[in-house]
Ligand binder design. Structure first.
Ligand code: T46
Length: 138
C-alpha cells in the first residue's frame, strides 16, 4: 500500500510587537479534518512515547513548548525530525511508525489527529507493520 511521507509543515504565523500567533484554520495548513486533540507533557527525562503506527489515522505534531525528537519508519526508510518551535509541525500520515524521544524539560507535544480514539487502529509490531505495507488495511 502507498504510505505518504512524513514532512514538516510551517504553520501560518502573524507576528507583531506583542509576539506571534500561529493558526491552523480548516484545511489551509494540514490536509485532514481535525477530530481529536491531545497533549503529551510532563515527560520524565529519558522516557519515550509512541512506538506504533496507525492504520487510518493522520496526525500533526507540534512542540508547543520545549523540544523533542521523532523517528519515523516508513517504506522508504527512517527519517529523523527535531520539533522545537510552535510555528512548525510534523505531518505523520497513516502507515508511518513513530517514536518520540529526547523530550526537553517542560516540553509539550500537541497532537492534532484525524480520527476519534480507537485502540483497533494501532499497529504495534514490526511484523504487523510490514504486513500492512504489503497488504493494506487488514
Ligand atoms: C501517538 C503518540 C504520539 C486515550 O484514552 N485516548 C486517547 O486519545 C489517547 C491518545 C490515549 N488514550 C489512552 C490510552 C493509554 O491508556 O492514554 C494512554 C496512553 O496512550 P499511549 O500509550 O497510546 O500514548 P503514546 O504517547 O505512546 O501515544 C500517543 C497516541 O496514542 C499515538 O496515537 O501517535 O501519542
Amino acid at each position: 500500500m502507498e504510505v505518504n511521507p512524513a514532512r514538516l509543515i510551517n504553520i501560518p504565523t502573524i507576528t507583531d510587537v506583542r509576539g506571534n500567533l500561529s493558526v491552523i484554520d480548516g484545511l489551509d495548513c494540514i490536509p485532514f479534518t481535525i477530530k481529536r486533540v491531545y497533549f503529551i507533557h510532563n515527560v520524565p527525562g529519558g522516557e519515550e512515547r509512541g512506538g506504533h503506527a496507525h492504520k487510518t489515522m493522520d496526525q500533526f505534531l507540534v512542540a508547543t513548548s520545549g523540544s523533542f525528537d521523532v523517528r519515523i519508519n516508513q517504506p522508504n526508510g527512517l527519517s529523523y525530525f527535531t520539533l522545537n518551535r510552535a510555528d512548525q509541525g510534523l505531518l505523520i500520515p497513516s502507515g508511518c511508525w513513530r517514536d518520540l524521544y529526547n523530550f526537553s524539560s517542560g516540553a509539550v507535544c500537541t497532537s492534532l489527529v484525524s480520527t476519534h480514539y480507537d485502540p483497533g487502529d494501532y499497529i504495534r509490531s514490526v511484523d504487523e507493520l510490514n504486513a500492512f505495507w504489503i497488504g493494506g488495511n487488514n
